[in-house]
Write a protein that binds this ligand. Structure first.
Ligand SMILES: Cc1cc2nc3c(=O)[nH]c(=O)nc-3n(C[C@H](O)[C@H](O)[C@H](O)COP(=O)(O)O)c2cc1C
Length: 385
């Protein structure tokens, strides 16, 4: 059977974002016009400890970390063929094993080669791979050989040395990466030691995109579709990956223009409630969407909120919340009844504990400061004041 392919040209992409790029954000990005969405970086060992569960109540596929019973990934059928899972790994064998866990549910696998956090660096992951190109190439080669999906990676710029310029060094690495057969290379056009507030080095993108034949996905400071258009006019780059812009307002992907933030927050909350996403994670994302500059009092009240019912009062979603909970309970009852009818001779499950895959209870696992994926790096976010 022919290996599935993905065309990475002319694409608008939701960048991988720990804590932010969970299912509601990805679903909205797709709804508003993104072509592909990346999962938050998911560490190989965590995926290996995660079990795939078909969640009949929510209509999702869940990967549940077995030791803590917490959610590693939740995926929706609408993401089919458009979801890329980003792996955090420093080992070819673990990378392949972890990719195999999710391969049946995703469109492609991406390798994180840019995370500058200590967590990644000490485990030979993320940006550590930039200074250990043999390891990076070994991981990509193993993934290409063993996983029947498109494989990509996301790198940063390499600093100049006494003998080589930024472009020469980075282009040489990209050419090596290209020889592994990957489908595209994402380039976050900052250096490992740059801060998110440092301007992205767009000037470096053009020669880098010309250095390889495969598509280059430009990342860094693309805050509007106009930025993307400007870059396309300046170069042959036509695929873009956006992170902080959709983190603030994911309707940035709409060709017709931005929607009001409050509207987006309501849409986001509807999805987060419907799909029973961890409250603290959703609250974290909602607070990123509503910086103090948009209204400090409202932000403070959101920030004090500890549950969905109060959050829904602030967001004018009280009726929606009640209906969503009632619909979920009805679904649980229907599934329990179907199970009882299918096996009338076995002990009938009580309605409170039906023998169906129930939504796990990740809420209890995650405190407000706990990253969505507990052992993933906590990326620095730039908050607008
Ligand atoms: C909240 C947050 C989480 C991030 N998590 C990841 C991640 O999991 N993997 C990754 O490769 N980059 C991650 N990044 C970096 C972004 O994908 C992107 O490279 C960077 O923010 C530059 O793009 P921007 O200028 O559009 O924000 C994260 C960034 C933010 C703001």
């Amino acid at each position: 059977m022919a290996k599935p392919t993905l065309d990475y040209r002319h694409k608008l992409i939701l960048a991988p974002m720990v804590r932010v790029g969970t299912m509601p954000m990805r679903m909205l990005a797709l709804k508003y016009g993104a072509d592909l969405v990346y999962s938050p970086e998911t560490v190989d060992k965590r995926l290996l400890k995660s079990k795939r569960v078909v969640n009949d109540v929510l209509g999702t596929i869940d990967y549940i970390e077995q030791t803590s019973n917490s959610l590693t990934l939740r995926m929706h059928p609408s993401e089919l063929n458009r979801l890329v899972v980003q792996l955090g790994t420093g080992d070819p064998d673990l990378a392949v094993e972890a990719a195999r866990v999710v391969a049946g549910d995703v469109a492609a696998i991406d390798l994180n080669c840019g995370c500058p956090k200590r967590f990644s660096l000490v485990s030979s992951m993320g940006a550590a791979l930039l200074s250990d190109p043999d390891r990076l190439i070994a991981i990509l080669t193993a993934l290409k050989r063993e996983i029947p999906l498109p494989i990509t990676c996301k790198i940063r710029l390499l600093p100049a040395t006494e003998t080589e310029t930024v472009i020469e060094r980075t282009a040489a690495l990209m050419r090596r990466i290209e020889t592994t057969g990957v489908s595209a290379i994402g380039v976050h056009c900052r250096f490992q030691n740059d801060r998110p507030s440092d301007p992205a080095h767009w000037d470096k993108l053009i020669p880098l995109a010309r250095a390889v034949k495969i598509p280059v996905i430009a990342n860094g400071d693309v805050f509007a579709l106009d930025d993307a258009r400007k870059l396309t006019e300046m170069s042959e780059i036509n695929s873009f990956m956006l992170a902080r812009a959709p983190q603030y307002n994911v309707s940035v992907f709409r060709r017709e223009g931005l929607l009001p933030v409050l509207h987006v927050m309501q849409e986001y909350s509807r999805l987060a409630i419907t799909y029973d996403m961890p409250f603290h994670n959703a609250k974290y994302c909602l607070l990123l969407m509503w910086p103090s500059s948009l209204g400090k009092e409202f932000r403070d009240s959101l920030s004090r909120t500890k549950s969905w019912d109060v959050m829904c009062q602030h967001l004018d979603l009280v009726d929606f919340y009640k209906e969503a909970l009632a619909a979920r309970q009805a679904r649980i009852a229907t599934l329990a009844a179907a199970t009882a009818t299918a096996s009338p001779n076995v002990l009938t499950p009580s309605p409170a504990q039906p023998e169906i895959p129930l939504t796990p209870q990740p809420q209890s696992e995650l405190g407000p400061d706990c990253p969505y994926i507990p052992d993933a790096p906590d990326y620095e976010t730039v908050m607008r004041s």
